[in-house]
Write a protein that binds this ligand. Structure first.
Ligand code: C2E
Ligand code: CA
Ligand code: CA
Length: 682
């Protein structure tokens, strides 16, 4: 200021205005007298009444405790060093309000050696709180960045790293201070490293993007030299400091590995690493374009039992051993795939000249694979058998058909008792399809049975005659009328047994037979399958049904086969005894075809033996067969039970059997099976 007198206002006024405008006040401290002078604005800042002149202590006490020392020190230092100072601190005003102030001062040495300290104080609460907010924002921004999965890397237009978030540190293995200031190229392997500068320059010159603004997968380099895949998205931003590129980086190593694994598993079996069915089909398809192919389906018999008894871990070991055995048996000329849980598929090119050899080697594999399997975690070696179905297909066939055929053959091998192989024949698929039709039909029928609707089953009877050839009873034989056809029991009973449907079917027959016994008062025999016989409530059911029909128990003959006796002998005996006690009779059907020993049979409450029709009929073909029939009749006589011969078709047979001492006869010669209605009328 030059001459204050040329100002249109007094310097006091000017000072007062300035203080008000800048939220500030002035002060002055006489160090010798410790007198403190405040301007009006300073009083206003501290909200202190104008007539209460403050001491230095008063003034210092306005500062928050943590800042008081700072202020005292600043004053001391200023005097010692004779220097200007400036301090920011927090005060609490007379009314208890917190304010943030900046105070600065300068010492002025008086002639008497004392100091006059003068200065200003400014309320900077507003800008301070702005700063605080900014700091807080930056802090929370960093917290966000640090907690992201993705790393964030900022670079300037020269590619120099400016910021490197915590996740980026984790991803790359560097600490931020190791890389900030370095060129971002350090995070890239060759050839990207070489290209990067060029790229940045190009982008800045042409605006042509390759990465910027577009997320893409690139290869990055960790501190330990490892290259790894990342997803990189770069955006550009202008700041006061210049252009900044912000790269968001995601380590996709695991993602890529998972994708690779998914890709692998879509074509392979997880446990064995072998190709799966889909992959084998693809490859077989290709093979079939140029050559004939033999396909085999191999199934471990009763594998589920191993899993449930020994546990899945051991089950897995078994699968692995079988996989090894199959692989080494077929060598490198065949493909081996792993299908469902316990199934393998083998496919190999098979020109006609080697077809028989290949079939033979698969057949012998079924035999050699039975070698006990030793598993570390299992004390005893594990014994397994396998079944195989083999199909050979000519060039140009569809691979799926090849597999379906092999599977049909496998099904046949299983039905024949497993632990064997079966070569596909054209009739197999048709048979399977027929079986399927029958199976569906049976299910439908049982559904109708359940809801009390009419069913296609019929109860037929075939008469039995005594030594005078007079009708003295009958055997009940089931028939099934399905889709306009009369289906014989041989076609559906074995299937019904396998599917467990025989229990309901047998029960249906039982109610019919009980009704017939009650109506005719003649003995009638009924065939009972082992499955039905071994049902826990079998005896109760029989007794209940007979009682409900008011049928005498003595007239019910239950025909069982020797097969039943291969099951739990004690259970069979106890059921037979229970039923025999109420008067029900037992007959051994198809006698002579089974393996049961006579002594065992003698222990059972059996009243009748039925000589199988094979013996009856063959006896007249050769001397040997006649002797066989004679010895069977002899055996039966030893058991002291009634002897029935079935399948009698000629007068010659009938006469011979009668002369041999057979008590009862049954066969077309006397009567064919007819519907029970017809039979009752005749
Ligand atoms: P099976 O118990 O041995 O029945 C005798 C079979 O021989 C009957 O066949 C009968 O029709 C047939 N047959 C009778 N006389 C002659 C003859 O002179 N010559 C020839 N060649 N055959 C004769 P079907 O009715 O086809 O029954 C076949 C098998 O089905 C039965 O053999 C029996 O094991 C089973 N089966 C029949 N009905 C039932 C049933 O209700 N329940 C059960 N579980 N099985 C049944
Ligand atoms: Ca029978
Ligand atoms: Ca029979």
């Amino acid at each position: 200021m030059n001459d204050s007198s040329c100002w249109p206002v007094s310097s006091e006024k000017l000072l007062a205005e300035t203080q008000q405008l800048t939220d500030s006040g002035v002060w002055c401290l006489d160090t010798r007298s410790q007198m403190l002078y405040w301007s009006d604005s300073t009083y206003a800042l501290f909200e202190r009444e104008l007539d209460k002149a403050p001491t230095l202590d008063d003034a210092i006490n306005y500062y928050s405790k943590s800042d008081r020392l700072k202020i005292s020190k600043a004053i001391e230092n200023a005097i010692d060093d004779n220097e200007a100072w400036s301090v920011e601190a927090e005060i609490i005003t007379e009314s208890g309000r917190k304010k943030f102030i900046r105070t600065c001062g300068r010492p002025f040495k008086l002639d008497n050696g004392a100091y006059l300290l003068f200065g200003s104080i400014q309320d900077i609460s507003q800008s301070h709180s702005n700063l605080l907010t900014l700091k807080q924002r930056t802090k929370s921004l960093n917290a966000i960045l640090d907690n992201l999965v993705d790393g964030v890397i900022t670079i300037n237009e020269k590619g120099i790293i400016q910021g490197f978030s915590k996740p980026a540190e984790r991803i790359f293995g560097y600490q931020a201070d190791e890389v900030v200031g370095l060129n971002v190229k350090h995070l890239m392997p060759q050839p990207y490293r070489r290209e990067h500068d060029q790229y940045l320059t190009n982008y800045q010159a042409t605006g042509k993007r390759k990465i910027i603004g577009i997320g893409r997968e690139v290869t990055a380099l960790r501190k330990n030299g490892e290259e790894f895949p990342i997803d990189l998205a770069v955006s550009e931003t202008k700041t006061e400091l210049g252009t900044r590129f912000i790269g968001t980086v995601r380590d996709i190593t695991q993602q890529k590995e998972a994708a690779k694994r998914i890709e692998f598993l879509s074509h392979h079996d997880e446990l064995t690493g072998l190709p799966n069915r889909a992959r084998l089909l693809e490859q077989t398809e290709v093979l079939l374009r140029s050559t004939a192919v033999t396909v085999a389906c191999l199934n471990i018999d009763y594998f589920r039992r191993i899993n449930s008894v020994l546990g899945e871990d051991i089950g897995d070991q078994v699968i692995l051993s079988v996989a090894e055995r199959v692989k080494s048996a077929v060598g490198k000329y065949a493909m081996v795939a792993k299908d469902l849980a316990d199934r393998f598929i083998i496919a190999c090119a098979c020109p006609p000249c080697v077809k028989e050899d290949i079939i033979q080697s698969i057949e012998s594999l079924v035999v050699t694979i039975r070698e006990p399997i030793v598993v570390d975690t299992c004390i005893n070696p594990i014994h397994i058998t396998v079944s195989a179905g083999i199909a050979s297909l000519s060039k140009g066939t569809n691979a799926k058909d090849a597999l379906v055929n092999a599977e049909s053959a496998l099904e046949r091998a299983k039905r024949q008792g497993r632990n064997r192989s079966c070569v596909y024949q054209d009739t197999m698929l048709a048979n399977l399809q027929y079986d399927y039709k029958i199976e569906t039909g049976l299910h439908e029928e049982l559904q109708r049975l359940k809801f009390g609707q009419n069913v296609g089953f019929e109860c037929w009877l075939q008469s039995k005659v005594n030594r005078n050839f007079e009708v003295c009873g009958a055997e009940a034989l089931i028939r099934w009328r399905y889709q306009g056809q009369l289906i014989r029991p041989d076609e559906f009973i074995p299937l019904a047994e396998r599917l467990g449907l025989i229990i309901d079917i047998g029960f249906w027959m039982l109610t019919k037979v009980a009704g017939l016994i009650s109506a005719t008062n003649l003995p009638i025999a009924i065939n009972v399958s082992p499955k039905q016989f071994l049902e826990p409530d079998f005896p109760e059911k029989i007794i209940r049904v007979m009682r409900e029909s008011d049928a005498p128990f003595e007239n019910l003959i239950i025909e069982i086969t020797e097969n039943l006796l291969l099951h739990d002998h004690t259970q069979v005996l106890s059921v037979m005894n229970e039923l025999n006690q109420v008067g029900i009779q037992f007959s051994i059907d198809d006698f002579g075809t089974g393996y049961s020993n006579l002594r065992r049979l003698q222990l059972l409450p059996v009243s009748e033996l039925k000589i199988d029709k094979e013996f009856t009929q063959n006896a007249f073909h050769s001397e040997r067969d006649r002797n066989l029939l004679d010895s069977i009749i002899l055996m039966a006589k030893q058991m002291r039970v009634e002897i029935v011969a079935e399948g009698v078709e000629t007068a010659l047979q009938a006469a011979y059997l009668k002369d041999s001492g057979v008590d009862l006869q049954q066969g077309y010669y006397f009567a064919k099976p007819i519907s029970s209605e017809l039979w009752a009328r005749s």
